[in-house]
Each structure stands twice: as structure tokens, then as C-alpha cells.
Design a protein around this ligand. Structure first.
Ligand code: FAD
Ligand code: NAP
Length: 345
């Protein structure tokens, strides 16, 4: 028996909201055998299983029943290379941002816009992480996952993942079925900066740079993020709390005539993506505090834990925000991070 099983284990430092969460059982397998051992244990005891990465996209109750598994496998391996690009295989337990830094140091480009996103490599495909005009799927090749239904390691190719805007099959029909053990990415040996995101382009223009090196892009993205987003080590948060709502063109046009400053971006044909942060800000919530929780004062899309907050307080605040945005704009806001367990405990 190689696996250490911790009981009543504190996850306070392992969820970025900083909630005072305790897991009934907690393990950190670093090999596939240890992962299988953990799953056998959960079956024998009929424990529900929660996969935990960096806890940056989860809203947890104070008590997590059953077993929490956090992968501890590590490694970035060069699988093959050509004159133009490389394919790397990265362990699911690797920290995403550190991996981005490491690949850049190697001269493997393409992830620079995705710098400073908290969490693990294994969780990145779950919602097809994205920022500043780039999504994981743009560099994704395939993943290896433990299939909890068929009890075997499977390879899932990009076109089988159903990647969409902050979406994949692993969030939908197959939620909980696959444990992402490793991810393969195709990175470019030739700098190929993506500069179609206005905030980023403006920032570079101000610096007088029109052909940024990927390292420079990385630094610029980190700089913008540090200036706009709270550091979870200092102020608990789960990033964007609501998804940007996608509405039909007609609804957008009605809203735009009523609210000429409405911030929105083209989405799939016939639809527009509204900036949820703008709606929340206009509804008067930016910087508000409600007991121990609140709305971040520099970005209304981020809800924060000032210390001592918990899931029920946060969801209460979220409900008030949703109701006021619905009343003012007729737009429903959906919560982005996953809530676990489904019913609060
Ligand atoms: P967790 O929060 O631990 O888990 C998220 C989900 O994935 C859960 O359902 C969990 O069960 C599942 N999961 C975790 N690991 C595995 C695995 N190995 N196999 C199967 N399922 C697994 N997101 C963006 O897309 N873009 C951003 O720019 C961005 N910025 C953020 C900024 C801040 C300050 C914060 C706090 C969050 C931000 N996020 C962003 C959200 C979050 O960082 C990402 O969703 C990230 O991928 C979550 O990784 P994690 O390891 O913390 O996952
Ligand atoms: P921002 O730059 O102030 O922009 C506000 C919103 O408008 C964003 O959500 C973004 O949607 C959208 N947007 C802006 N410019 C766009 C363009 N040129 N084309 C299409 N959509 C555009 O947002 P921010 O909060 O500082 O975040 C910056 C980036 O990091 C965004 O990509 C955001 O998604 C990502 N981020 C995500 C999280 C999370 O938890 N999911 C947290 C922090 C930051 P998109 O979301 O589609 O980009």
C-alpha cells in the first residue's frame, strides 16, 4: 500500500476562494497505479470522488464527503519535433503557469497569451481555458485520461473533445468520467504572436511595439492580469464568476439602443457575446461588499472572499447580482465555476 490517505484534510490553501473546506479523505497519487488504488478505495467504500486541481474554478462547501484526489504527477516531455514545431506531453499535475514559463524558456511558443491562469494542466481541457484571444484548443493535440467507466487509460483526440467557449464534453455529458492524466500540445518554434485582443494590442502600442517577441507578450499579459485581477493568495476569488452571456442579435440591438455604451463582441453568426462585467458594473455592484464576500473593485466579474466567507454567502451575493442584472437588462447570468457537492453540505 503506497498511497497515503489523509482524513479530515484541510483544503483551505487548496481552493483559491480560500474557503475553510475540509475533505473527508484526501490523496495525491503520483503514478497511475496509485490513482487506480485510490479509485478502488473509493469504490470499496462507496465514496463520491472529487478531482481537485488548483481549486481555482470550484466553489466548495465546507465539508467535502468521500474522496478528494489531487494529481501529483509531474513532467514535460518532448514527444517529437520538426523544423517548425514541437509536440510536448505534459503531466496533468503540473502547474499551468509554470508550464507556460518552461515552454517559453525552451523557445516553444504559443501559450504566451494564456500566462498566469491559475490551476493545473489536467484541468485546462475541462473548460478549454482561454484568455486574450487564445484558447487551449488552439494548441491542443490530445489527452490521456483514466476512463472511470471502462476502467482503462484512453487517448482522446482534439476533435473528440467538443471544445467550445469555456466548454468541453468533460464539463457536459462526460462530467466526472475521465481523469486527465496528461495533455499533448503542439507548440511553434517560430514566434507567431496573437494580437487580436484589443486590451493587449493597446498595451503593446503604448509601448511602441508592433512585432512583440512571445516573451514580451508573456510579460505584457502578466502585467495586465496583475493590474486587473486579484491575486488569490491575497484576496480569495475564483476568477470570472459569471460566463459572458451570448444573446441573439435582435436582443443585442434592443439593448444597444437602450444602453448605447453596452460592451459586446461578435460571436457565432447571429449572436453577440455581452461583457458580463459591464452589466454587473452598470447594475451598481462593482466594489460592493456583503458581509465577508463582495465584488472586486477593479473587475466586477470577479467575486471575492474578504476572509471568513463561505459558499452560501457567496451564492447569496451571486443570486442578488443575477436578479438585479435580469431586472435591469433582461439578461440571465450563469455561474462559471463548478459547485461541489451539488447540494451544499
Ligand atoms: P479546479 O478548480 O481544481 O477544477 C476545475 C474542474 O476541473 C473541476 O470540475 C474538477 O473536478 C476538474 N478537474 C480538475 N483536475 C482534473 C483532472 N486532472 N481530470 C479531470 N477533471 C479535473 N480560466 C480561464 O479559462 N481563463 C482565464 O483567464 C482564467 N483566469 C483566472 C484567474 C483567476 C485569478 C482565477 C482564480 C481563475 C481563473 N480562471 C481562468 C479559472 C481557472 O483558473 C481555470 O478554469 C483552470 O483551468 C482551473 O484549474 P484548476 O486546476 O484550478 O481546476
Ligand atoms: P477584459 O479584457 O476587460 O474584457 C471583458 C470581456 O470582454 C472579456 O470577458 C472578453 O471575453 C471580452 N472581450 C474583450 N475584448 C475582446 C475581443 N477583442 N474579442 C472578443 N471578446 C473580447 O476582460 P478581463 O476580465 O480583463 O479578462 C481578460 C481575459 O482573461 C479574457 O479573455 C478573459 O476571458 C480571461 N479571464 C478569464 C477568467 C476566468 O475565470 N474565466 C478570469 C480572468 C480573466 P472573453 O472572456 O471571451 O475573452
Amino acid at each position: 500500500m503506497s498511497l497515503a490517505v489523509h482524513q479530515n484534510y484541510s483544503l483551505k490553501g487548496l481552493n483559491t476562494l480560500g474557503f475553510d473546506v475540509v475533505a473527508e479523505h484526501f490523496v495525491q497519487p503520483d503514478t497511475l497505479e496509485a490513482l487506480q488504488e485510490a479509485l478502488l478505495l473509493s469504490e470499496a467504500n462507496q465514496w463520491p470522488v472529487l478531482m481537485l486541481g488548483g481549486g481555482s474554478n470550484l466553489i466548495l462547501s465546507n465539508h467535502i464527503p468521500g474522496l478528494v484526489i489531487q494529481l501529483a504527477n509531474r513532467g514535460i516531455e518532448l514527444v517529437n519535433s520538426s523544423a517548425e514545431d514541437v509536440v510536448v506531453e505534459v503531466a496533468g499535475g503540473e502547474n499551468w503557469h509554470q508550464m507556460v514559463e518552461t515552454t517559453l524558456e525552451q523557445g516553444w511558443y504559443g501559450l504566451e497569451n494564456l500566462a498566469l491562469i491559475p490551476g493545473t494542466v489536467g484541468a485546462a481541457p475541462i473548460q478549454n481555458i482561454g484568455a486574450y484571444g487564445v484558447e487551449l484548443k488552439d494548441r491542443f493535440v490530445s489527452l490521456q485520461a483514466w476512463d472511470r467507466k471502462e476502467l482503462r487509460l484512453v487517448t482522446i483526440e482534439k476533435d473528440q473533445c467538443d471544445f467550445g467557449y469555456r466548454w468541453s464534453r468533460f464539463k457536459g455529458e462526460d462530467a466526472g468520467r475521465y481523469i486527465v492524466w496528461s495533455v499533448r500540445l503542439c507548440l511553434s518554434l517560430i514566434p507567431d504572436p496573437v494580437l487580436n485582443y484589443r486590451v493587449l494590442a493597446d498595451q503593446l502600442e503604448q509601448q511602441g511595439i508592433d512585432q512583440p517577441h512571445p516573451n514580451h507578450l508573456f510579460e505584457t499579459v502578466c502585467g495586465i492580469r496583475r493590474s486587473k485581477l486579484p491575486d488569490p493568495d491575497e484576496l480569495g476569488n475564483a476568477g470570472s464568476f459569471f460566463e459572458n452571456p451570448v444573446v441573439k442579435l435582435e436582443q443585442y440591438e434592443q439593448l444597444k439602443s437602450a444602453f448605447p455604451n453596452l460592451v459586446a463582441f461578435a460571436d457565432k453568426p447571429g449572436f453577440m457575446k455581452l461583457a458580463a462585467g459591464w452589466l454587473i458594473d452598470q447594475a451598481g455592484w462593482k466594489g460592493c461588499r456583503d458581509g465577508d464576500v463582495g465584488v472586486y473593485d477593479k473587475q466586477a466579474l470577479v467575486l471575492v472572499n474578504h476572509g471568513g466567507g463561505d459558499r452560501s454567502q457567496l451564492l447569496m451575493l451571486a443570486g442578488k447580482i443575477q436578479a438585479s442584472v435580469l431586472e435591469r437588462f433582461g439578461v440571465q447570468l450563469d455561474i462559471e465555476p463548478r459547485q461541489y457537492p451539488i447540494e451544499p453540505v
